[in-house]
Design a protein around this ligand. Structure first.
Ligand code: ADP
Ligand code: MG
Length: 696
């Protein structure tokens, strides 16, 4: 048989793998024999030697050989069988919650046992709960293994023994036919980074050599694991670069504006542009003036003025008689864009259309029609913009605000809408959540990045204080003073992201409480479950200073802009990520007067939480904050649920392997130069044949 395909066969071709096991394996994305080879252990167990009881440490697993001292049934909190054993160095308890009478009988005093299990701290001594054990005749019968035992991730119904058996077979097929899984990293590169070959790396992970530490997969920089993670990172970057070059085959409309038009927009701005804004606008102008699609990410800290940059981009489309779609993650933010754009473009004849999920009936019909006919030049909305019913007449530019709040698929759907023969719209995406350089390389290597690294002049940094919730009364007293001076306040209630209902309830309670304590203060409440209209009226009221204090959930995280509100109290800040807190804080400090952010934490505060809050006090630089967030929490959390559409790795782990990222670009260069023929196989090995996923 052709050895190239030996590992491409379905897992059912292995001994002992039936249809049912195959279905279970598929849940782990294991279909072909080769997938088994890349299914790495999560940890190891050490059955290579018998451990003396007096050397055991809680939390670890151990093989122990000892005699039964006594066995009894205890009925204390929960009926259990307790068997005390000793090996002359100490005593250990075995505890069973499920047991039979025969089991009880077999564990009579004097019986010799070999047991394997995790050591826990029991009432008086260490114990093992439901250990694997065997009655043996002599110590010599206690079977030890030659190497550490690999423990694999499982799925329901799949047993450790079955998957181990399957992997053993897969591995020996591979070892007999190493050319079936060629090493795609060139020798020179492996030497340069001191990495083992592919076959050596995979073998050493599945069958760790004697002497390897049980913690090898968790902590120590294991070269075999490093090599695989590195290869996976490389594959991801290669895939991004490939997408970028595919994009070059697409055309895009040439978009230009005249000086007169730019001046007309400028006349409606209440400020002059910062140098950073001007630079980024020029970058966009030069991208759009070419007939290949722009794909540009603007990173700019909260308040750096990204919206007006988007307006200049929109002007390019309008002036060239193309439509521009602006998508925001929340209704609140979309509405604010609508207000800004309506004002900035009031001297232009174009129609601005607003489209969100809330829009219904006749109004919705009219909006859809204006978009389809092309009478609407600027279309502002939420993710409702990419519903099937929406069809654009001539979409030339897509602007996505706060892009990290959208999933990859949502962004792609909008882009597909504007697709026309071999032409795609230009795309501008904006974010205030800075992406640390190393992560940007993996997720956004196919994007050009512009950074607005300057805040509009006259901003006074927000003074940030961390104060314990025990001093609530003091904080509330401060509000009274503040409001007396004619200034406004945000009070932000946070809860865990997932539960919007609870978050709203908490905000409602707080609003009622504050109203009781501060009868002279005009208090409003805004949360995610309110109707758009209601929310809008409330925000307008706050903006026009008909309200003094706004109790809010994290819905106000993006976009809300009320310069007179210079005091923000954030409840339970320890629950949020630093970048999110920084975003929230960005709602204050928008005027020219002093402003404060009070982080009202619950005691006791863990050391890490304290450290994290300190970072916010010390800096207002979003990039530094993001880097620290990465250090303290790791990208898993940082890029996790809040940043949907991020890469799922098979083996690499951004937390454990961050250090490798620095070398990825260098390695990619080496591959491009010495073995470009390996690029496609690398991408297929790690990302499969679906490449659309990585597109933005
Ligand atoms: P973000 O980058 O967070 O989206 P915005 O676009 O909302 O920032 O701008 C924040 C505030 O700064 C707005 O009130 C906006 O009008 C104002 N602004 C933007 N650019 C400038 C500038 N060059 N000078 C003064 N104020 C500006
Ligand atoms: Mg913004």
């Amino acid at each position: 048989m052709d050895t190239q395909v030996i590992l491409e066969k379905a897992v059912v071709s292995l001994n002992g793998i039936g249809a049912q096991t195959a279905v279970r394996l598929e849940k782990l994305e294991i279909r072909r024999i080769r997938d088994l080879i890349f299914h790495l252990p999560i940890r190891y167990e050490d059955r290579t030697h018998i451990q003396a009881i007096n050397t055991l440490a809680p939390g670890s697993t151990a093989l122990v050989c000892a005699r039964v001292v006594s066995t009894e049934i205890l009925d204390r909190t929960r009926r259990s069988l307790i068997c005390q054993i000793t090996d002359e160095t100490g005593y250990l308890s075995l505890r069973f919650f499920h047991f039979s009478a025969s089991q009880h009988n077999s564990l009579s005093a004097g019986t010799l046992l070999s047991c394997f299990g995790e050591i826990k701290q029991g009432y008086s001594a260490y114990e093992m709960i439901h250990p694997e054990y065997k009655v043996i005749q002599t110590v010599e019968h206690c079977i030890t293994d030659d190497t550490l035992t690999a423990i694999y991730p499982l799925t329901e119904g799949l047993r450790q023994a079955s998957i181990r058996k399957a992997i053993d077979q897969a591995l020996s097929l591979y070892n007999n036919n190493p050319e079936a899984l060629p090493d795609l990293l060139p020798d020179a590169l492996l030497k340069h980074f001191h990495y083992p070959s592919l076959v050596a790396a995979l073998n050493s992970l599945h069958k760790p050599e004697p002497g390897m530490s049980v913690n090898a997969l968790l902590v120590s920089p294991n070269p075999a694991l490093k090599r695989l993670a590195f290869e996976e990172f490389i594959a991801h970057q290669l895939s991004q670069l490939k997408n970028k070059s595919i994009d070059k085959h697409w055309q895009a409309p040439v978009l230009k504006s005249t000086q007169e038009q730019e001046q007309r927009l400028l006349n409606n701005l209440a400020f002059t542009l910062t140098a950073a804004q001007q630079r980024v606008i020029q970058e966009i102008q030069s991208d759009c003036a070419s007939n290949s699609p722009m794909l540009r990410l603007i990173q700019g800290d909260v308040g750096s003025g990204k919206t007006v940059v988007a307006a200049y981009a929109a002007l390019l489309a309008l002036s060239s008689h193309y439509q521009v779609a602006i998508m925001a993650p929340t209704e609140l933010l979309a509405e604010q864009h609508l207000r800004n754009f309506s004002h900035w473009f009031k001297d232009f004849s174009t129609q601005i259309v607003f489209l969100t999920g809330q829009l219904k009936g006749k109004k919705r019909e009219q909006a859809l029609q204006a978009i389809a006919e092309g009478s609407a030049g600027i279309i502002i909305g939420t993710h409702a913009l990419f519903q099937d019913a929406v069809s654009f007449e001539r979409l030339g530019l897509i602007i996505i605000d706060e892009q990290h709040r959208f999933g990859v698929n949502q962004r792609m759907a909008l882009r597909d809408k504007g697709q026309h023969k071999n032409s795609k719209p230009h795309q501008l995406i904006m974010t205030a959540t800075p992406i640390p350089r190393t992560l940007a390389m993996l997720n956004y290597a196919d994007l050009d990045i512009s950074i607005i690294d300057e805040l509009p002049p006259g901003r006074i940094p927000v003074v940030t204080r961390a104060i314990s919730a025990e001093r609530r009364a003091e904080i509330i007293a401060k509000i009274t003073n503040w409001v007396k001076q004619g200034r406004q306040v945000y009070w932000v209630c946070t809860l865990i992201e997932e539960s919007e209902v609870l978050q709203c309830e908490a905000a409602e309670k707080t609003a009622t409480l504050l109203a009781e304590m501060l009868p002279e203060v005009r208090i409003g409440l805004v949360h995610g479950r309110m109707k758009a209209l209601e929310k809008d009226q409330l925000m307008q009221g706050f903006k026009q200073h008909e309200l003094d204090l706004l109790v809010a959930t994290t819905v106000i995280e993006v976009g809300v802009d009320v310069p007179n509100a210079g005091l923000m109290i954030i409840e339970n800040p320890e629950r949020l990520g630093l970048s999110q807190l920084h975003q929230l804080r960005g709602r204050v400090g928008r005027g020219t007067e002093d402003s404060f952010c009070i982080l009202m934490y619950q005691t006791p505060l863990s050391r890490t939480s304290r450290e994290r809050l300190n970072i916010l006090r010390e800096t207002s630089d979003g990039f530094i904050i993001a880097e620290k967030d990465l250090e303290l929490r790791g990208p898993g959390e940082m890029m996790g649920t809040r940043q949907t559409g991020q890469i799922q790795f098979k083996i690499a782990n951004l937390e454990r392997d961050t250090a490798l990222l620095d070398q990825v670009s260098e390695a990619v260069n080496i591959i491009q130069q010495t073995c470009p023929e390996n690029i496609q196989p690398l991408i297929e090995r790690w990302l499969g044949t679906t490449t659309k996923y990585a597109e933005v």
